[in-house]
Write a protein that binds this ligand. Structure first.
Ligand SMILES: C[S@@+](CC[C@H](N)C(=O)[O-])C[C@H]1O[C@@H](n2cnc3c(N)ncnc32)[C@H](O)[C@@H]1O
Length: 270
């Protein structure tokens, strides 16, 4: 996700975790990562890993064990709801930035946001089967939208003891967080604390799914707005998850070296 190369090192401002509320632009982010061109140009590793995890959950958990899913730091994106539409009955999307939550609300009202069909096509390709028709894509999106309407759209702050206050005492069966903690944290100590905070929303025996950037210092959130990332080695993430009570030894993990990302699904120990 770095924007520098050796020949053209340019001075640029790197925004910090505290700048998300002021400076994160949901439209620029969606355009940069989820527009038709962006989806067709690059591999979205998440759209490969999440459907694989979804399939695994369908095979290993009874329907009654996977009713609720919470995505922490979803930003303006709905791809977790799209990927896990057959896994859960209720999907809760949450984020720190009100503008992101507004975009999610717009999507539930079927108002114009980004066109999710290119993303749905990639998800369907990962799931296998024929190239989906426009009607199939519409059904996938409608199902995901229904799940989010049954769940909710909530404020989240990973730095708080109670990350998503709107969840109250309700523990979820599946907790998802993609590219959020390394964006929200300055130090590894903070990171470990935030993992512990998040994990309080997951029931023992439930699944935690994390997507993380590895060993990078910054990323482009669209229109050359560069945000800081906490530089994490894989082992640092595994240690934080182990200490937070996850069964890391038996986790399902994808590390894509060329891409500098890791996706992992682990069970919360009883
Ligand atoms: C790189 S984006 C990832 C968005 C989405 N999960 C995805 O995969 O495209 C990082 C997200 O972290 C959110 N974030 C930043 N600080 C946060 C905090 N303290 N608590 C929760 N989320 C936060 C931002 O608002 C932003 O949506």
């Amino acid at each position: 996700m770095s924007t520098q190369n050796a020949d053209t090192i340019e001075e640029h401002t790197v925004l910090l975790p505290k700048d998300y509320v002021q400076k994160f632009d949901p439209d620029a982010y969606l355009q940069f990562y989820f527009s038709k061109n962006a989806i067709e140009d690059g591999t979205r590793i998440s759209l490969f890993a999440l459907p694989v995890f979804a399939q695994l959950m369908l095979q290993t958990m009874r329907p009654s064990e996977r009713e609720t899913l919470l995505d922490i730091g979803a930003g303006p994106t709905v791809y977790s709801a799209l990927c896990f539409r057959d896994v859960a009955k209720r999907v809760h999307l949450s984020d720190y930035v009100d503008r992101n939550l507004e975009v999610l609300h717009k999507w539930t009202r079927q108002e114009e946001t980004i066109d999710w069909v290119p993303t749905i096509r990639v998800i369907k390709r990962t799931e296998g089967g024929p190239v989906p028709t426009a009607e199939v894509c519409r059904e996938v999106e409608e199902k995901a939208r229904g799940l989010v309407k049954s769940g909710g759209i909530h404020f989240a702050d990973v730095h708080q003891e109670v990350v998503v206050p709107a969840m109250g005492d309700q523990l979820v069966d599946v907790l998802v967080s993609i590219f959020t903690l390394e964006s929200a944290c300055h130090t590894y100590e903070e990171y470990c604390k935030c993992v512990n905070n998040m994990m309080k929303h997951l029931r023992p025996g439930g699944r935690f799914i994390i997507g993380s950037v590895l060993e990078d210092n910054e990323y482009n959130s669209g229109t050359q707005t560069i945000f800081h990332l906490l530089n994490l080695r894989e082992q640092m993430i595994l240690d934080a998850l182990t200490n937070a009570g996850l069964d890391v030894a038996n986790a399902k993990k994808y590390v894509l070296d060329g891409e500098g990302v890791m996706f992992l699904m682990a069970t919360k120990l009883q």
